[in-house]
Design a protein around this ligand. Structure first.
Ligand code: C5P
Length: 305
């Protein structure tokens, strides 16, 4: 890494997020469909003489050892057999993905740091995947990208048929939601009781190829577009439900909360309809972003180091 290396860390939305039950390890069993979107942070890696450094253009983003990038660096450093604290690399992060929004920004940044530093410090692929799962339940997804089915904690991944690209209008409320808190609200409402997977759903879990997304985005089976965290989060933040309705009224083929929120997305097959919806929602003083789905091939090409 003699000259600077610049890499994009793409955000995701969850096209669907079913919570199938609580696990003994404090996590929840999920069945989710991840989809990469073009919105991204940018990480620039530079060689330095001294200790590892992390800086971010957004003062709201912590740059201490609580940042997943710093934790990824520590993991790769020790996985490479080196002792002590990481050394010799400085990372500058340009943060565009809103935080506490359910868009996976911190996890995506961590996955980029894992890949780049593993290459620099010669760490084998299996150790990268182990470190990713330790850093967070959705970090392994960001090593792959595109349209993926996530089982277990969301980290047992199966590639799905890649749908044609769709326009995505993101609405970012002025509050964030902590993932841990959102799952807590889900449990407080009775958790996954009554939501136990049916026989056919269980079969589908074992046959991920049946989860292709036909007729996307208009014909996407509504059954697949369910986020079980949406109602518990909307109970504490009613604005979420209002934004989903507003996106549907503005013509979104589908609209839902992403992950544990607070971001809400609407899918559109053409750009002009998406722009018109954005104008309408922005007039109501909502913060909106226009982006596009990204398939796995593009993700892997653009996120290459
Ligand atoms: O893995 P990550 O640190 O991103 O998860 C944050 C929190 O979200 C976990 O500590 C857990 O409370 C909750 N979570 C969960 N089940 C999942 C993923 C996350 O309960 N599958």
């Amino acid at each position: 890494m003699s000259s600077a290396v610049r890499v994009r860390a793409f955000a995701k939305i969850n096209l669907s997020l079913r919570v199938l039950g609580a696990r003994a390890d404090g996590y929840h069993e999920l069945r989710t469909i991840f989809q990469s979107i073009a919105l991204h942070d940018t990480l620039t890696f530079r060689q330095v003489r001294g200790p590892f450094e992390l800086a971010c253009d957004d003062p709201a983003c912590p740059t201490d050892e609580t940042n997943l990038i710093a934790r990824a660096a520590a993991q790769m450093w020790s996985a490479s057999g080196r002792k002590g604290a990481p050394h010799g690399v400085a990372i500058h992060l340009v943060k565009r993905i809103p935080m506490q929004a359910g868009l996976g920004g911190g996890s995506s940044d961590a996955a980029v740091a894992l890949r780049v530093l593993a290459k620099r410090w010669r760490v084998a692929g299996a150790k990268i995947r182990d470190a990713a799962a330790l850093l967070g339940a959705d970090v392994p997804y960001f090593l792959e990208g595109g349209t993926m089915l996530g089982l277990d904690r969301g980290d047992l991944l199966f590639p799905l048929h890649e749908p044609a690209s769709a326009w995505v209008v993101l609405v970012i409320p002025d509050f964030g939601v902590s993932t841990r808190e959102a799952f807590g609200w889900f449990d407080a409402r009775g958790g996954a009781r009554g939501l136990q997977p049916s026989g056919s759903e269980l079969r589908a879990r074992r046959s991920p190829e049946t989860l292709a997304l036909p007729g996307w985005p208009e014909g996407l089976a509504l059954r697949e577009m369910v986020n079980d965290l949406e109602a518990p989060v909307a109970e504490h933040h009613p604005e979420i439900a209002r934004i989903i309705s507003a996106l549907r009224r503005a013509g979104a083929a589908q609209a839902a909360m992403s992950g544990s929120g607070s971001a809400v997305f609407g899918l559109f097959s053409d750009r002009s309809a998406a722009s018109a919806a954005m104008t309408r929602l922005s007039a109501g003083s909502l913060r909106t972003l226009l982006t596009k789905t990204v398939n796995r091939q593009t993700y892997q090409r653009l996120a290459a180091t």
